[in-house]
Write a new protein. Structure first.
Ligand SMILES: Cc1cc2nc3c(=O)[nH]c(=O)nc-3n(C[C@H](O)[C@H](O)[C@H](O)COP(=O)(O)OP(=O)(O)OC[C@H]3O[C@@H](n4cnc5c(N)ncnc54)[C@H](O)[C@@H]3O)c2cc1C
Length: 415
């Protein structure tokens, strides 16, 4: 049975990062208004709690809005403007002004110094209560429709709530009853697909190499041809993971779903070497260290065991020396290094962070306010929108930014 008020100024649907930021902002900006957060589950901020392996990667140390926006496969254009209003510097200042000290790691990811996501959860809960936000757990919203000059929310326990303004922040719309309501109100839901996953590859060349990482590789989907993605590639028990693979999974999330996660990828193990420079190096080795066994002289940047496997795959014999390496084997080895083809047979979501791509069509939302262009008084924030970032704190930053702007706009829009 739903408890509390039956009519409110602002109803926030979803007690996650975006919902909390919006509710706190709206309530702080306009203390006289009644702001509620309706959360389906018994606990608020569940994803913040488990995020970043329990450490919560709050945001990323990237302070230029245009550069920051480039980390979002979907939503970059819209977020770029929004980041001029609320960006990582603001997020850091917001938490630090509330007693949470943050630290930046070498790769730019920002965490609480406590290395404990509970610090962030507690801060948000404290701020919400302090601002007078009414927190209503176990109150899932089943449907939403127009009522008078506001909204009627149908709750999962069969009761109703009226609200002058509604902020939709329910996270991923996968299997959500709210997708239907939003469509009935005139919104378009862009196709949903998981993003940020590693790839299943079963192949002799990487068998037994689990845990080995290649620092600067390049990977691309072969067909339909896609942009290459660069970074470290990690060999796992199941296949490939690491930043370059997660980037590829994010940028190609929709297409890979369409392919049923069965496709071919090309790996360039040494992203900063062209095929010509590799051929020149082979030539140099032939003339300068011709007596050395090929198998025993890995190229710089390649782990020895991977090199040995690539040599074997190219038909290079255990006793072949550089001077006696047959031309066709040299060609095969060059191909392995520069364009190694692997069959992908599935995916595993990245444990540290994953998101859903797709959601409410961005054109239908005014990013200056995060208000719907279709239904006045309806606002959006976070993952329910068709925006998502790569790993590294970018997804939370999108939630903070959209939540903040929506909260400000709802407070200004009070009547
Ligand atoms: C394991 C994991 C780790 C992650 N780690 C990081 C990280 O370290 N850094 C980072 O930037 N990103 C991380 N992410 C991504 C990040 O968690 C999301 O991008 C972010 O939580 C989105 O915020 P949100 O408020 O839009 O949605 P959510 O955090 O998903 O919150 C939505 C809330 O709405 C509630 N809800 C849903 N439907 C209803 C309904 N019908 N009625 C009422 N309530 C409803 C849900 O229960 C939930 O509490 C991680 C994701 C995962 C899965």
């Amino acid at each position: 049975m739903a408890t509390g008020e039956k009519s409110v100024d602002v109803a926030v649907v979803g007690g996650g990062a975006a919902g909390f930021f919006a509710a706190i902002t709206a309530a702080e900006r306009r203390p006289q208004s009644v702001v509620v957060v309706l959360e389906r589950s018994p606990r608020f901020l569940a994803k913040v709690r488990i995020s970043g392996g329990g450490r919560c990667n709050v945001t990323h140390a990237c302070y230029d809005p245009a550069e920051l926006a480039s980390h979002y496969p979907r939503g970059a254009r819209e977020l770029r403007g929004a980041f001029h209003r609320w960006q990582p510097r603001d997020t850091v200042a917001w938490f630090e002004s509330r007693g949470v000290t943050l630290k930046t790691e070498a790769d730019g990811r920002i965490f609480p110094v406590s290395d404990d996501s509970a610090t962030i959860v507690d801060c948000l809960l404290f701020a919400a209560r302090g601002a007078g936000v009414r927190l209503r757990p176990r109150e899932g919203v089943r449907e939403i429709d127009l009522a008078g000059d506001g909204f009627r929310l149908g709750l999962m326990d069969g009761t109703e709530l009226r609200a002058a303004r509604v902020m939709m922040a329910p996270g991923s719309l996968t299997a959500s009853p709210l997708a239907e309501s939003l469509a009935a109100l005139g919104h378009t839901i862009e196709p949903l697909a998981p993003s940020l996953f590693s790839l299943h590859v079963s192949d002799e060349r990487i068998r037994g190499l689990s845990g080995i990482s290649v620092p600067a590789a390049q990977v691309r989907v072969v067909a339909p041809k896609a942009e290459p993605r660069q970074g470290p590639v990690l060999i796992t028990h199941e296949g490939f993971s690491g930043p370059a693979i997660l980037r590829l999974s994010a940028w190609e999330a929709r297409r890979l779903r369409e392919l049923g996660y069965r496709f071919e990828i090309s790996v360039r193990w040494l992203a900063d070497r062209t095929r010509e420079s590799l051929a020149e190096e082979f030539h140099r080795r032939r003339s300068r260290s011709g007596g050395q066994k090929v198998k025993n002289s890995p190229l710089e940047g390649l782990p020895r065991r991977l090199w040995e496997n690539l040599c074997r795959a190219a038909g290079v014999g255990p006793d072949d020396t550089w001077a006696r390496l047959r031309r066709e084997r040299e060609g095969a080895l060059l191909a392995e290094l520069d364009d190694g083809r692997f069959a992908v047979s599935g995916k595993t979501m990245n444990k540290e962070e994953f998101v859903t791509c797709g959601g409410v069509r961005l054109r239908e939302v005014d990013f200056r306010t995060l208000q719907s262009r279709v239904v006045p008084g309806l606002y959006f924030g976070g993952e329910c929108l068709d925006l998502d970032g790569i790993t590294g704190g970018f997804n939370f930053q999108a939630a903070w930014t959209t939540g903040r702007i929506a909260g400000e706009a709802m407070a200004a829009d009070s009547h």
